[in-house]
Design a protein around this ligand. Structure first.
Ligand code: SF4
Length: 416
């Protein structure tokens, strides 16, 4: 039977073996394997979500799937099944630190770095086998980019690796300098930066590498005993291209989908796995935009995927207004919420035009669904919403005490 170490504190980072109590029961996260979930794995995960939890599944900005509504007993049974399938590590300390976000098309897009998956797997193996890294915060993570058609935009990951003209570059989040070298060097440098953080976090009481780098980047490189060799060039966001069909020019391509407001039920995932099997798509990855990427879709099956997406309610078009609305679960799923944030997001999205800005609906100031500013942010408080213009959940509101009807009126007058 799997060993569980429940997280009692809201804000702790849950995983499969560290479930977190929420308003609708235990919440667990599955970290998909590098290279993605196969249709078999996806089906097992979705069936488990329905059998052991309440069937609600959310894609996260770290490329994970979050499953809700478990009990402590059902979490243990589900964890056993997922470990047997190779979808989680059996050791809680390893599962906790196994946080590697990989570019969603790595290993599929012929224009992406061909060794990206090998680098990511070598990094994962090294991290798993490094007991000295287990004191890092559960939020500490790595990102491995692959370039190509859908590169990662600048992620929140603490240590970032990306391909540069046949070589690899590594930097810490917020660093202006990077270190270039071979794929093997890149893994070694990433580990050194992580080890430097173990010591720096302990001495400085810090929990994010970015904060150290922004304060004193040289101290980070010195603590890692490394000397950066190049400027870290800015990374261009590719979030806008992540939805719909993207062809590789070789008869295959990818199709990106978004679950409305990041949430779907188990039946939607089972349907997706069935579709993958029918069309010969071998794996599905999750991007940092909460998007689901069917990989290896034959060009002649694009119309079938598009029809499936419309039929099952997935967002498949960057101009779909739902794509611009972010919402957390809200009430009743989350005990901290006094407003049904996701339910209200559906109402608010319906009044947005295709040209409007981004809207964030949050059940409370914690802002689980997004920490970045939106054009309009609604934050629940005492059963009503506070409204923030051009800010995040922690900024000062311009209006408070709105019910959803008043919120709709505001959007219609100012942002529709
Ligand atoms: S932001 Fe939403 S999901 Fe997160 S704690 Fe607040 S109400 Fe709950």
């Amino acid at each position: 039977m799997a060993t569980l170490n429940p997280r009692a504190v809201r804000g702790a980072c849950p995983d499969l073996l560290h479930p977190m109590q929420s308003g609708d029961g235990w919440l667990v996260r599955i970290k998909p394997p590098i290279g993605g979930l196969t249709p078999v794995g996806l089906t097992a995960l979705a069936h488990g979500a329905r059998r052991y939890g309440n069937g609600l599944i959310e894609a996260t900005a770290r490329g994970n799937l979050q499953l809700r509504g478990f009990s402590s007993a059902s979490t243990a049974s589900f964890a056993d099944e997922m470990i047997d399938l190779g979808l989680a590590a059996a050791e809680p300390a390893v599962e906790r630190i196994r946080n590697i976000l990989v570019a969603p098309l790595a290993g599929d897009d012929p224009q992406a770095a061909p060794d990206c998956l090998a680098v990511a797997r070598a990094l994962e193996e090294a991290v798993n086998e490094a007991p000295d890294l287990r004191s890092l915060p559960a939020k500490f993570g790595f990102a491995v980019d692959a370039g190509g058609l859908l590169p990662l935009h600048e992620t929140a990951a603490d240590v970032q690796l990306w391909p540069v003209q046949g070589a690899w570059a590594v930097r810490g989040a917020g660093c202006r300098r990077a270190l270039h070298g071979t794929a093997q060097d890149a893994v070694a440098v990433a580990l050194r930066l992580a080890r430097a953080c173990v010591a720096l976090f302990r001495h400085q009481g810090e929990r994010r590498l970015r904060h150290i780098a922004e304060r004193d980047e040289a101290a980070l490189w010195t603590a890692a005993d490394l000397r950066p060799t190049a400027d870290a060039s800015p990374v261009v966001s590719s979030a806008g291209q992540s939805l719909g069909s993207l062809g590789y020019g070789n008869g295959r391509g990818t199709f990106g989908l978004l679950a409305p407001f990041g949430a779907m039920d188990a039946d939607m995932l089972v349907g997706l796995a069935d579709l993958m099997q029918r069309i010969g798509s071998l794996s599905l990855t999750i991007g940092p935009w909460r998007s689901l990427h069917l990989r290896g879709v034959p060009d002649h099956q694009v119309a079938a995927v598009s029809a499936f997406a419309s039929d099952r309610g997935f967002v498949k078009d960057a101009h779909d207004p739902r794509q611009r609305v972010t919402a957390c679960a809200g009430a009743p799923a989350c005990a901290a919420a006094t407003v049904p944030a996701r339910h209200d997001a559906v109402v608010l999205a319906a009044v947005l035009s295709i040209h409007g800005g981004r809207v964030h609906v949050s059940g409370c100031t914690k802002g689980c669904a997004s920490s970045t500013p939106a054009d309009v942010t609604f934050v629940g408080h005492g059963g009503r919403y506070a409204l923030i213009e051009a800010g995040s959940t922690v900024d000062a509101p311009v209006v408070t005490g709105l019910d959803v009807t008043a919120a709709v009126d505001y959007l219609k007058r100012h942002h529709a």
